[in-house]
Design a binder for this molecule. Structure first.
Ligand SMILES: C[S@@+](CC[C@H](N)C(=O)[O-])C[C@H]1O[C@@H](n2cnc3c(N)ncnc32)[C@H](O)[C@@H]1O
Length: 289
C-alpha cells in the first residue's frame, strides 16, 4: 500500500477550502486525493489524472465517494486541453506528486524494480511510446550514457552503457532481472545500494519522458490554475527538483506566480522512519497571480 508523502504539508500548501475545485495531476493510489476531498467537502470537486490505468483503478477504491470526482487517464502535461475538453474551470489548487508509487514498484508487472524479474516495459501508460526493452535494444552507447548521466546522475554511466550493449549482442535484454544482473556484474558486485538503482530510475524517466512533461506544464500553469490558486509539487530526485525550481523561478520572474517555499519542505524524521520512501522528497509550492 502506497503511503502519501508529506501529506499534512501538502494540504497546508494547497490551502483548500470548502467547495473548491482541486486537481491531483498524479493520482496514484489516491492517498493525497482522499485528504484533498475531505478538505473541499461535498460541495467541492476533484479531477484526478494518472497515466497508469491501474493506479486509477486503485484510486477508485481508495476514494470510495466518487460523486464529485472525475478520473482521467492522461498525462498532467495535457491539463490545459483536458480542462477545455471537459468544460472545467481553472482549478483552485493543483498537486503533482512525481515519480512512481510503491504499488507500481512492487507489483506492476512492468519491470520498474531491479528486485523483481518482470518484462522490461516501464511505461506508465502502456497505450503509447516504446518500452524500456525496446529503448535498450536500439540505443547507442552514447545515448544510454547520456540517459544514465542526465536522468540518473550515474557516475558509471558509460561503463554500464557499454556492458548493456555488449550483453545485448548475446541475447536481447527482456526483463528487469536480466538488466539488474548485467549492471551488477559491470559494477563488480553490490554495495549498500543496488548498483542498478540509478540506471532503473533513468530508464523510467527516459521512457516516460518525465522531464518533458514537467517542462510542458509549468510554463502553462496559468491556464490550469486560477489567480490566487496554489500549485504544490513533490519531487524525489535532484534532476526533477531542479526543473521544478527553475520553472517556478521563471514564472515568478515574469510575474505569473509567487514562490511560497523559499526553502524546500522536507519530511520530518518521524515520517522518514515510518515511510523510508519519503526520505528524498522535496515539496515546492507557488501561488498563481
Ligand atoms: C508518487 S505516485 C502518486 C501517489 C499519490 N499521490 C498517492 O497519494 O497515492 C505518482 C503517480 O504519478 C503517475 N504519473 C507519473 N507521471 C505522470 C504524468 N506525466 N501524468 C500523470 N500521471 C503521472 C504515476 O503513474 C503514479 O501513479
Amino acid at each position: 500500500m502506497h503511503a502519501p508523502v508529506l501529506l499534512d504539508e501538502v494540504i497546508k500548501a494547497l490551502d483548500l477550502h470548502e467547495g473548491d475545485f482541486a486537481v491531483d495531476g498524479t493520482l496514484g493510489g489516491g492517498g493525497h486525493a482522499k485528504a484533498m476531498l475531505r478538505a473541499i467537502g461535498r460541495r467541492g470537486r476533484l479531477l484526478g489524472i494518472d497515466r497508469d490505468v491501474h493506479a486509477l483503478a486503485r484510486a477508485r477504491e481508495t476514494l470510495e465517494e466518487l460523486r464529485n470526482v472525475i478520473l482521467i487517464q492522461d498525462s498532467y502535461a495535457e491539463l490545459p486541453a483536458i480542462l477545455a475538453r471537459e468544460k472545467l474551470p481553472k482549478a483552485d489548487a493543483l498537486l503533482l506528486d512525481l515519480g512512481l508509487s510503491s504499488d507500481q514498484l512492487e507489483a506492476s508487472g512492468r519491470g520498474f524494480s531491479f528486485q523483481r524479474d518482470e518484462p522490461l516495459d516501464m511505461r506508465f501508460d502502456t497505450r503509447e511510446g516504446e518500452t524500456a526493452a525496446a529503448f535498450i535494444a536500439k540505443a547507442t552507447v552514447a545515448e544510454l550514457t547520456r540517459a544514465f548521466r542526465e536522468y540518473g546522475e550515474e557516475r558509471s554511466a558509460e561503463k554500464f552503457a557499454r556492458a548493456i550493449v555488449d550483453a545485448r549482442r548475446r541475447e536481447p535484454i527482456r526483463t528487469s532481472g536480466m538488466l539488474a544482473r548485467i549492471v551488477e556484474r559491470a559494477a563488480g558486485g553490490r554495495g549498500r545500494i543496488h548498483p542498478a538503482t540509478k540506471v532503473f530510475m533513468a530508464l523510467r524517466i527516459a521512457v516516460n519522458r518525465e522531464l518533458d512533461q514537467l517542462r510542458t506544464l509549468i510554463p502553462s500553469l496559468r491556464r490550469v490554475v486560477k489567480p490566487g490558486g496554489r500549485v504544490a509539487v513533490i519531487t524525489f530526485h535532484s534532476v526533477e527538483d531542479r526543473v521544478v525550481k527553475e520553472g517556478f523561478r521563471a514564472l515568478a520572474k515574469e510575474g505569473a506566480a509567487t514562490i511560497l517555499t523559499k526553502h524546500v519542505i522536507r519530511p520530518t524524521r518521524a515520517e522518514v522512519l515510518a515511510n523510508p520512501r519519503s526520505r528524498s522528497a522535496k515539496l515546492r509550492s507557488i501561488q498563481i497571480l
